[in-house]
Design a protein around this ligand. Sequence first.
Ligand SMILES: [Zn+2]
Length: 172
Amino acid sequence: MKALTSHLLRDHVLVGAVAAALLIPVFGGWGSLVFWLATILIDLDHYLNFVFRSGFKYFSLPLMFRFHHALFQRKDRSDYLDIEVFHTVEFFVLFAVLAFGFFPPLEPAFWGLAFHIAVDLVHLACHRILARRAHSFPEYFLRVKYMRSKGMDPEIVFLEALCEVPLRGKQA
Ligand SMILES: [Zn+2]
């Protein structure tokens, strides 16, 4: 079975390409390309998350997909809480300030970001896992604190997922 994140990434590539094509009259050719690239590149934080959670031991893309697939299989666990840096409200606002206040060529990238997050929210809602992802840093830290006060360890899910990914492809 293919890793869920690779399916989702494929969906982002395809849905984003259709949206970018439809937006050519608005953004122009280059602007639409920037929009499309932004809809894909925002997911780089899944990779950064994997590298971070592995303690900077693993850098392999296939392992990253397996890791996120292992996490998805734990999606109904109440001790599972994740955060993806580029998907937070704080990053979104920072990017808006940059694009609209300082560097207008980034405006299509901002809309690409917004489009991607909308697709993600639909995906999370369809799987009833909106609550598995914290959408801002204060939310994340408050929820981690609450979980710990209830005797839950939010690291366990990630350690289990790491143990599950085969070590083949490991790059130290
Ligand atoms: Zn995403």
